[in-house]
Design a protein around this ligand. Sequence first.
Ligand SMILES: [Zn+2]
Length: 154
Amino acid sequence: MSEEKIVVANKGLVRAEFAFWVGQYMDKFYDALENKKIIGNKCPKCGDVFVPPRKICGKCNKTIPLDQNWVDLPDAGVLKNYTITYYKINDRASRKVKKPQIIGMVQIDGSNTAIVYRLLDIEPEKVKIGMKVKVQWEEKTKGDPSDIKGFIRV
Ligand SMILES: [Zn+2]
């Protein structure tokens, strides 16, 4: 017994608007970004500071209480590593760009983790691991990761 099926395919993109909640820890973090501030949270056992904040320390498996252990941090840090790409990021079409983009891992001063953002206003050959960088804030913040435009050399 065979069943005949008709398959219809439509090529193109379907845009779906959606909203989701990032959780209480990230909510606080994004609120701080909206005010152009970087905060992290500190493990009560080992003292590691996380940016972005975490609920549980991966090293000690200790829960970091939501209402405690928040740390104000500067909007500056050290470049720990980087890569250079000719592809657009944050773009699902991933088209090639003429000017390479530099994506850096930045450890905010006073934290033990690194965040990934673009390095701005610097030529690839001038980038050095260990160089001091600081946040370039978006003029109008909205409480999400894009409030940080990228990092510039200090
Ligand atoms: Zn810990």
